[in-house]
Design a protein around this ligand. Structure first.
Ligand SMILES: [Zn+2]
Length: 58
């Protein structure tokens, strides 16, 4: 999840149902830091070689 208001990027580990699209999920989320609803969800995948997530910023 990326906040457009403060630039905060954080991972969402909740599982969402398969019939929801990212835009619909993002529409009901708020930034945990600044409270802005201007957030965007980006699908991230683990590195298939190492099993690690990309480094988290912030
Ligand atoms: Zn924010």
């Amino acid at each position: 999840m990326l906040c457009h208001a403060c630039g905060r990027r954080r991972y969402i580990r909740n599982s969402f149902s398969d019939d929801e699209v990212l835009e619909e999920i993002a529409a009901r989320l708020k930034c945990h830091r600044c409270g802005s609803g201007e957030v965007e969800l980006q699908a991230l995948v683990r590195d298939p070689a190492t099993g690690f997530w990309p480094a988290e910023h912030g």
